[in-house]
Design a protein around this ligand. Sequence first.
Ligand code: ADP
Length: 415
Amino acid sequence: MIDEIHKKLVCKYTAIITFILIAVFCLCSYLNLQIILNAIDKALFDYLDEEVQEAEENFNKNSAVNQEVTINISPSLTLLSFWFKADKLVYAELPEQDNIRSQMLRIVEETNIPSDTIYKRTINNSLYFRFISRDIMVGNKKIGKVIVVYHATNLHNNFNRFLMIFFGVIVILIILSYFISAYLADKAVKQIEKMFERQKKFVSDASHELRTPLSVIMAYTELLEQKSPSPEILQNIKDEINTMSDLTGKLLQFARFDNNRIKIEKQVFNLSNLGKEVCHNFSQTAQGKNIKVVFNSVEEININADKLLIKQLLYILLDNAVKYSPQNSEVKCDINKDENKIYIKISDNGIGIAKEEQEQIFERFFRSDKARSRNNEGLGLGLSMALMIAEQHQGDIKVESELGKGSTFTVILPC
Ligand code: ADP
């Protein structure tokens, strides 16, 4: 299945890159051609203006150009001009090559080239010309015409060469795009594979966690078949059902977060007050272990966030701090802020977390020491839920900890 996704991604990426490259090729070629043609046509029109003026002066003087054709062999070959007096050719600029000369004369004498409009003509499929003509008028009477020609063969050949090279470059880029696509698909697939693995592990861990209380309930039910119900057995069954209901509730919340189905309902509230209230509640539960919960906030801090989720986050971190702290110790909760961020710091002098495990503790179902965590009745879901809540608020959680000395969890939230 992953291979199939990889293949599909490579095809998709290559097709997209190829399409973009071909579009760029067509657009660049078209724009380049238009720029060249515009420059040629401007040169043609300018030359036509000059030649019409000169021809008019000549015809008015009625001088040199009358009976004989004046032929000027143009060495430059690019711009040529032909004058007609009445319908008779009286002046011609011609290229040096004989074969072109005769063909050109035939075209200007036999073709009705439209006035002030570009007329294109190809000779022998290899010579390219652009013509333009204009009548010379005296009052309403036409006394002659001028035709100018742009010999565009060299430009045409150069443009073809440019197209060939450009096309070659595009083909090389398309081949290269295949390898780039394979690389990008590889990266994307690795990400998908990781997610797949995480999802598989999550499902297997969740089923394992659900199976444990179910087996315990089954064992107690079997016991009930043999013995009459005692308050102790019933309490144990209730405890396991509570564990299951807690776990399924958490799994449901994860699923909702994963599917983006939890709506964050933001409101501005006093975070310092909320922190004080949660710490106060914890002081009661921590009394069993004689742990002092100390709250500290230098100023009143307001935040725009989902109050219930932030409360849940505080509960998770404080619960862990109390859970993993020894008797007669202290847990601190400090709330501070700077220009753009709010910092909630929860620190304890508890068992601490090994360096190599500090990244993993945010993974679902991870417990640093399964036996120890089981004693503490943890599910390994608290921190991943806390991180998810922080991330839903564009925040983060950092941990600093030393084994045996204690831990500090810092929640960073935007103001
Ligand atoms: P749990 O329900 O097991 O506490 P969490 O996701 O909240 O699950 O925590 C994951 C693991 O991280 C815990 O099992 C514990 O080993 C470690 N941990 C979390 N908070 C602390 C803490 N304050 N001190 C020491 N270890 C902690």
